[in-house]
Design a protein around this ligand. Structure first.
Ligand code: SF4
Length: 227
């Protein structure tokens, strides 16, 4: 696909999501669908869990304090919001910060999968436990696997999947900040390595088996014990 075709299809997908009401309760409670966005030709794509209250209000992912920290982390490795693509597993805010439900994640998976195929990232960074489990399609706590890149496939795209802590984890537990910085330092190295030819890890990382995990800490009420 040409760059223009990718941009046009992403815009069409965004319009489709904006009118989506597959999850009827989320469609009723949301202010807006938070589709995500950024550079369609980005080498690096970030995926979080779901919009919080600030994201639901502003319409962009990682809009609050976590987002400001994400911006700083990007800047330290020579990237910015304008040069990466950012999305969430779930495009609508679960009310009261509750966990996304399995059927909601399943309903929404095709949007994210197509976003990945259109962006064609070399590195897909999963931010936090929830997104990591959703994209890996298997259990494995973020504490054990953060910063360890894996060759994976999402939809038709072969890529490096890099699990890192959610930025909120560093806001509420500063010792995680150094871990996050160290894990982010892996990103340029993986970009330089280029797209992996074939995934070495077992299954493709299509989101077929939504995880059952606790939500990440958000910018709203601090949840100190999740990490
Ligand atoms: S979460 Fe996804 S699938 Fe569910 S209503 Fe929102 S856009 Fe549609």
């Amino acid at each position: 696909m040409t760059l223009k075709q990718r941009r046009d299809e992403e815009a069409a997908l965004r319009r489709q999501a904006a009118a989506c009401s597959l999850c009827s309760s989320l469609a009723e409670s949301r202010i807006q669908v938070v589709f995500g966005g950024g550079e369609i030709d980005a080498d690096v794509m970030f995926v979080g869990e779901a919009p919080g209250a600030t994201e639901d209000r502003d319409g962009v992912p990682f809009a609050g304090a976590s987002g400001r920290l994400l911006n700083e982390l990007l800047s330290e490795i020579g990237l910015s919001r304008e040069t990466v693509y950012i999305a969430n597993v779930l495009k609508c805010r679960p009310p009261d910060n509750r966990d996304p439900r399995r059927e909601e994640v399943a309903n929404c998976a095709h949007f994210l999968e197509r976003q990945v195929e259109l962006v064609e990232p070399i590195v897909l960074v999963t931010l936090g436990n929830y997104a990591t489990k959703a994209l890996r399609g298997e259990d494995g706590g973020i504490t054990a696997i953060h910063g360890k890149p894996e060759q994976r496939r999402v939809g038709a795209r072969s890529l490096w999947l890099l699990p890192v802590f959610h930025p909120a984890a560093a806001l509420y537990r500063r010792s995680n900040l150094e871990l996050l910085k160290s894990d982010f330092a892996e990103i340029p190295r993986l970009v330089a390595e280029g797209t992996p030819e074939q995934p070495r890890s077992p299954e493709s990382a299509v989101i077929e088996k939504p995880p059952v995990v606790q939500s990440e800490p958000s910018d709203e009420p601090p949840q100190l014990d999740l990490f």
